[in-house]
Design a protein around this ligand. Sequence first.
Ligand code: PGA
Length: 256
Amino acid sequence: MEIIILPTAEDVAQLAADIFEQYARKGATLGLATGSTPVAMYTELIRRHKEEGLSFAQSKAFLLDEYVGLAKEHDQSYYATIRREFTNHIDIDDAHVHSPDGTADDIPAAGIAYDHAIKEAGGVDIQLLGIGTDGHIGFNEPGSALTSRTRLKTLHPQTIEDNSRFFDSPEEVPIHVLTQGLGTISEAKHLLLLATGEGKADAICATVEGPLAAVCPASVLQLHPKATLIVDEAAASKLEHADYYRFAFEHNPAWK
Ligand code: PGA
């Protein structure tokens, strides 16, 4: 894992956009995430598309997860969210923006079909990840099998509370989701996890310096050959080896 600690959330968004831009230029298959953390990176990529001609026309995209039972047209469905926040503002073909079908009659079959679609597309080249305060990635809540595939999960009450800010009330947040599994996510060739703010400090500490354990699903990044974590100072505030990560970043020839 490479841990990159930057002063502010805006710095995190800029560096993440630089990395994503390199993949977009190659027409890579992009793994997208919803949530508030990636929005600043998406905004910067939209700016680069509009002002600098960065094109996504050759890319396909796969979303991490979707609420079960929420109509695609609902403004909080991730189908609608990713379009509103990112893909409607760039030149990616909308038919190439995929998400799990949370409205399917047969949710387990929809999960299997989604994994199959990712494979058919040649796999995800770079997967963007946020992290929940409970250490989830995608919607893999604590206790998720480290090899899990796309499947139905029940949200943790903490996640329901965290996400209720997007709905009129906590009762409106769906309890079930269809999410790429930790095994599915781990098949992406490059994992890029972003975290900003003090609220993520415990989860980042458990991910980076805790044991590999299903209780902190993001710790599965410890097994991945190419995982990059970009965090701001607040999210890094509980890392014991923060000075070493800074030193390593400063001296990494790849960033020269
Ligand atoms: P957030 O969500 O970016 O809105 O904090 C992250 C997540 O739950 O994965």
